[in-house]
Design a protein around this ligand. Structure first.
Ligand code: C5P
Length: 213
């Protein structure tokens, strides 16, 4: 099978030296890419800025901003069987980019934010979509309820929820705990484990889902 995987954060520039971003390390997405490769699949990995080595056998496309990630994803959909959107895409970006560094002595700047385009929702909205679509959902509160809403709103085949407020799991961590939510209201818990072993399990589950369709 051919996988498209997004991973890592995006950076939304404010001026030439500053940006808005988040704490995503990219480890979960890279583990999923590696697990897919280990299982003999092809991988297109679209990655925001991370401090990780690209898996050698993946076709890796490095991007910085949410807009670049959106364009890269849409440019690489041909032949994809399974898309796993794991990236922590910034939800907002500065409305304007200051071409010169904003100076401290000019006072505290007011930075107006505008929403970024939602990549996962844009794939869910494709009427011609043949690939299986799974999104991640990082939440700190009401995880299952919020993730169920995303599943419905973004028209995915699965949403993989993780609690980013629990100590030792989620962002910047080697471990995670996942709940996979399906459109028929059922769910499956993958208990706390390394991101590598969760990724392996996830690849198996997604391949079985794709084969059943
Ligand atoms: O709504 P929320 O950002 O929590 O949804 C998370 C899911 O949506 C993740 O799969 C993430 O990769 C995806 N997403 C996206 N584009 C955005 C925001 C989120 O693809 N602009």
């Amino acid at each position: 099978m051919r996988f498209l995987i997004t991973a890592g954060p995006t950076r939304e520039p404010i001026d030439p030296v500053r940006f808005l971003s988040n704490r995503s390390s990219g480890r979960m997405g890279y583990a999923i890419a590696q697990a897919a490769l280990d299982a003999g699949h092809e991988v297109v990995l679209i990655s925001g800025p991370v401090a990780l080595n690209a898996p050698p056998r993946a076709q890796t496309i490095q991007v910085t901003t949410a807009d670049e990630m959106y364009d890269a994803v849409h440019a690489h959909l041909a032949g994809i069987d399974i898309a796993v959107l794991c990236a922590a895409v910034a939800d907002f970006k500065p409305a304007q980019f200051a071409a010169h560094k904003i100076k401290k002595h000019d006072g505290i700047p007011r930075i107006e934010l505008v929403p970024t385009r939602d990549i996962l929702a844009s794939l869910g909205a494709l009427s011609s979509r043949k690939f299986l679509l799974a999104g991640f959902s990082a939440e700190t509160d009401d995880i299952v309820e919020n993730s169920r809403k995303k599943l419905a709103k973004k028209h995915c085949d699965a949403v993989i929820a993780n609690d980013v407020s629990a100590p030792g799991v989620g962002f910047e961590s080697n471990e995670n705990a996942l709940t996979i939510l399906y459109p028929d209201q059922s769910s499956r818990i993958l208990p706390r484990s390394t991101k590598q072993s969760l990724a392996k399990e996830l690849i198996k589950i997604l391949c079985e889902m794709k084969q059943k369709r």
